[in-house]
Design a binder for this molecule. Structure first.
Ligand code: GLU
Length: 546
């Protein structure tokens, strides 16, 4: 067979000689040991926690070694492409401070651009043409229906599905048959002519999993689709070579494709980057652990964290905890150091499923937020509210001094111990709503209606905003005593049967009346911030409320 002639017929355009591409995209001049890593998402509009998980690892590896991290958009599948998806990827990763040096919509050094695979079609075609000319790729005219029927047949015969060995019909077409099909204008794809043997096992050193054994590929995978665009497998091999990637950390779902990638690199004559296949994020679901699922778990989408207003650093800290087994200890010892100072190590990455637990993330989040100053918290909440808050919430920012006072109180910034009431921006904004709007009651009174009224009524008789905390509290005690509650806790504890309850129960009634909640920061301070009129108004309102 004249492969050269076939290559000309299949891909009649003239491309640059292959060595020109080597010159166009020369090896990077970076210091010894510097890693070039990448994130290579498809623009499907769904950017998920798994993407962030590997992005953090790749970013750390690159920058810690003085290397480069770039963003490549793998848009070879037109059907899955969604408008605005690249913006979404960029914004989502920016929120979590993933720093790219180069890439799609990033800018930076453009020696290795373009960063969209569709814009690199010529490079791929040049290499496909070369493979055909070398007899290592061939046209396949099988229709979708024929391939569907083949799959059914293989399934019925309990064989591995796919285009390989004796099932690879077009692999053995004669020259005459090929030209007859081409003359008839039949559409075709180009497939790799695999030389692999599934009987052969290859030892492979995975940077994360260690030494693993993979089966040699024998699938004649499609490398160029009928629209002249390559498949992901082919494009990524060419790109990782010409973008001079040195290390690929990606999800372990790609392990199954590794044999194909190994063969592609080999047939193209490229050195392979090193690979690390990262464990999947798992979720505890009753007794079992399962992978996070797009359908069942909203927390898989990165959009979720922005929508709820998780503090980005908290998500990063939690992800690092899952990525590197020694991070937690380091962070405990160095809570104030920049996270970049943690010596990230690929070797310390987990080999099997990392358990992702939203409650744990919330705890980390509480901790992180409790370490902010009121000003920092203000800034964080303001950003979030601009994008996701209600109009009423936006109005909380009209009086900066007032809101700062509220935050100081809620965070306990002045006290010995910080409060940890804030988890996310959304929850924080709801938490502080009682300082701005008439609080809707969230907790039930634990006393009967008549007692509640009596407490509120008695309290209002002597309440004054001018009282300091001590005087205020002694008045609350008086209310307690006058209504059969123990003014002193210790008296109540010694003989509870003598009382209706204690001063704590009285304070709780006041607390719910003023804030709607049984758990709040110091009530005297809340009343101070609200002021006399608002406090009275709320208590009167609560008295009326049935
Ligand atoms: N485009 C693939 C994805 O969407 C990237 C796989 C790889 O990193 O090689 O995840």
């Amino acid at each position: 067979m004249d492969y050269q002639a076939l290559a000309e017929r299949l891909l009649p355009e003239t491309y640059l000689p292959l060595e020109e591409y080597e010159k166009m995209y020369p090896p990077r001049s970076l210091p010894q040991g510097a890693e070039v890593t990448r994130l290579a998402p498809s623009p499907t509009g769904f950017i998920h926690l798994g993407n962030l998980f590997v992005a953090i690892a790749n970013e750390r590896i690159a920058h810690q070694s003085g290397g480069i991290m770039y963003l490549r958009i793998e848009d070879t599948d037109e059907k899955r492409r969604v408008d605005g998806a690249v913006e979404a990827v960029k914004n989502a990763l920016k929120y979590f401070s993933i720093r790219f040096d180069e890439g799609a919509e990033i800018g930076g050094d453009d020696t290795y651009a373009p960063w969209y695979q569709r814009q690199r079609a010529d490079i791929y075609r040049a290499f496909v043409k070369d493979l055909v000319a070398r007899g290592r790729a061939y046209p396949c005219f099988c229709t979708e229906e024929a391939l569907g029927a083949l799959r059914e047949q293989q399934t019925a015969e309990k064989k591995i599905t796919g285009y390989y060995g004796k099932y690879a019909k077009c692999r053995n077409l004669s020259e005459a048959e090929i030209y007859r099909n081409l003359d008839a204008g039949k559409p075709f794809v180009i497939r790799l002519k695999s030389m692999g043997d599934p009987e052969n096992k290859i030892k492979f050193r995975d940077e994360i999993k260690g030494e693993i054994t993979v089966t040699e590929n024998d699938q004649d995978v499609v490398i160029l689709k009928s629209d002249g665009i390559p498949t992901y497998h082919f494009a990524h091999a060419v790109d990782d070579h010409f973008m001079r990637t040195t290390l690929v950390v990606r999800g372990e779902e790609w392990l199954a494709s590794l044999p194909i990638h190994i063969e592609l690199f080999s047939v193209l004559g490229f050195d392979r980057p090193r690979y690390g296949h990262n464990c999947s994020l798992m979720k505890q679901d009753g007794e079992t652990r399962r992978k996070l699922s797009k359908r069942k778990d909203p927390e898989l989408s990165l959009e979720f964290y922005r929508l709820e207003g998780y503090y980005p650093r908290a998500v990063r800290v939690y992800m690092l905890t899952l990525l590197n087994s020694n991070f937690e200890e380091w962070y405990m010892k160095n809570p104030d150091k920049p996270l970049e100072e943690f010596p990230f190590s690929v070797r310390k990455m987990g080999k099997s499923g990392a358990l992702f637990d939203l409650d744990k993330l919330s705890d980390v989040s509480k901790n992180e937020l409790s370490r902010l100053s009121a000003e920092e918290m203000y800034g964080f909440l303001e950003e979030w509210t601009k994008e996701y808050g209600t109009d009423a919430q936006k109005a909380y920012f009209n009086d900066r001094e007032y809101l700062l006072k509220v935050l100081d109180l809620c965070m306990g910034t002045g006290g010995k111990k910080r409060r940890k009431d804030f988890t996310t921006a959304r929850q924080s904004m709801e938490f502080i709503s009682c300082f701005f709007e008439n609080a809707t009651r969230q907790d039930e009174y634990r006393v009967d209606e008549e007692t509640k009224r009596a407490i509120l009524n008695e309290f209002l008789k002597t309440y004054s905003c001018a009282d300091d905390a001590k005087v205020w509290f002694s008045k609350v005690k008086d209310v307690a005593g006058s209504l059969g509650f123990a003014p002193e806790m210790k008296d109540y504890k010694a003989a509870p049967e003598n009382y209706k309850g204690s001063v704590a129960d009285v304070a709780e009634v006041l607390r719910i009346a003023v804030t709607g909640r049984a758990n709040t920061p110091d009530l005297w301070s809340i009343m101070q911030i609200l002021g006399e009129n608002k406090t009275r108004e709320r208590i009167l309102c609560a008295e009326e409320e049935a």
